[in-house]
Ligand binder design. Structure first.
Ligand SMILES: NC(=O)c1ccc[n+]([C@@H]2O[C@H](COP(=O)([O-])OP(=O)(O)OC[C@H]3O[C@@H](n4cnc5c(N)ncnc54)[C@H](O)[C@@H]3O)[C@@H](O)[C@H]2O)c1
Length: 371
């Protein structure tokens, strides 16, 4: 039997006959649709495993336990948190539950990875950050887009001066309703309810990824202008959001919803395109979640020459796997998560600023969103 291992001795467990071995036991809380893409990172890692699973749906919890080879299956997350053999958790439940599950996990001494958006409000983020600090555990927000290999490559190119001085970033999110994988009705129901989602499906929920990559590429935001309309009374599109980074760069996100457009996708029908212009060149990124365009995922135009990067890992699941491997590395080897609680809070402020600006018709500074 493995011996008890508190988070302060992360990864160290005592196994009879083997002595002390390094292995991270992770508990998955919430085994729904996107949990499918959390499992591959653990399958790839030799240093961590899905040790326990929990879902309020007992059939789903049992099925996931078998599928992922988990040793323990729970339907009450408090029981998973009380399990001394679990050292870290992944919180993959609807948004309105993020804060409480995260605070409880920190108080139980577990390290936490919480899916995006970090929480519903900035005050909830503050409670989560405080709980992690007070209990000496690490808190990571699971926002996978910043790990998408073509975006990582684009960041490297920018840092190497490939486009000169960066001037602006333009992001397009096109949502379609046909194609892609099956999403259970239950996963739509909590998403289309602002009480449980925190905002609309395009700008607050999926938009979090786009606000996250803008900050990841070019740093914090000074001011935002937003215009968000509604399609069919429920989808927060079309929308146009523009902003200024604190470093002076300009940013722009436009979002549309095409109910009758079929999109090629193994996952959600979300077409993302990013264009980053600098003083000497432009980078075009043409996919992430869906594969609408059959063209190289990353193109650099500079000095009259077009260079296509065709050999990049560009399946959306790669961003999840790399994010999970990063989490495991941070817990076992030390260092800070790439997306800390503080960063998660900053991204949420950006999202709320965009929505508030749309509601008031006034520019909003994300730093002024504090509750
Ligand atoms: N990174 C991404 O690209 C991405 C994509 C989709 C979803 N997500 C995020 O992942 C999270 C889950 O989304 P989903 O699409 O998998 O939703 P989902 O509804 O398919 O799954 C949520 C699961 O949580 C379970 N659950 C609810 N309350 C629980 C509780 N108290 N204890 C244990 N389990 C509980 C539900 O039974 C369900 O199985 C959300 O934060 C969402 O925004 C991220």
């Amino acid at each position: 039997m493995p011996g008890r291992c508190r988070a302060c001795t992360i990864g160290q467990i005592f196994v009879e006959g083997k002595g002390i071995v390094t292995e991270l036991n992770v508990g998955i809380i919430g085994c729904g649709r996107i949990a499918d893409l959390h499992a591959p990172g653990y399958a790839r890692s030799h240093r961590a495993r899905i040790f326990a699973v929990c879902d309020v749906n007992p059939e789903l919890a049992a099925r996931r336990g078998t599928e992922w080879g988990a040793e323990r299956v729970y339907t009450d997350y408090h029981k998973l948190l009380a399990d001394p053999d679990v050292q870290a958790v992944e919180i993959i439940v609807p948004h309105h539950l993020h804060k409480q599950v995260c605070v409880d996990a920190c108080e139980a001494g577990k390290h936490v990875s919480v899916q995006k958006p970090m929480a519903l409000t900035v005050s909830e983020c503050d409670a989560m950050i405080r709980a992690a600090r007070e209990n000496n555990v690490k808190l990571k927000v699971f926002e996978n887009f910043v790990f998408y290999p073509p975006y990582v490559k684009a960041r490297e190119l920018i840092e190497d001066g490939a486009i000169g001085q960066p001037l602006s970033v333009r992001i397009h999110l096109g949502g379609g309703a046909r194609g892609g994988w099956k999403v259970p009705l239950s996963a739509w129901l909590w998403r289309l309810n602002e009480q449980t989602c925190g905002g609309g499906p395009n700008i607050f929920d999926d938009g979090y990824h786009k606000f996250s990559i803008a900050i990841d590429f070019f740093g914090p935001i000074e001011v935002v202008n937003g215009w968000v309309d509604r399609s069919f009374g429920i989808v927060d599109a079309p929308a146009m959001i523009s902003w200024k980074h604190k470093n002076g760069m300009a940013g722009y996100l436009d979002s549309t919803f095409s109910p009758h457009m079929t999109m090629k996708s193994k996952y959600y029908t979300a077409d993302e395109r990013v264009e980053i212009t600098g003083s000497e060149g432009v980078l075009y990124l043409s996919r992430c979640t869906a594969r609408l365009l059959d063209e190289p995922v990353l193109i650099l135009c500079r000095g009259g020459v077009t260079t296509a990067f065709e050999d990049l890992r560009d399946d959306w699941v790669d961003s999840f796997t790399d994010s999970t491997l990063h989490y495991i590395g941070v817990l076992l080897d030390g260092g800070e998560p790439r997306l800390t609680g503080e960063r998660g809070r900053q991204v949420l402020q950006f999202a709320h600023a965009a929505i508030k600006s749309s509601n008031t018709g006034e520019p909003v500074r994300p730093d002024d969103i504090t509750v």
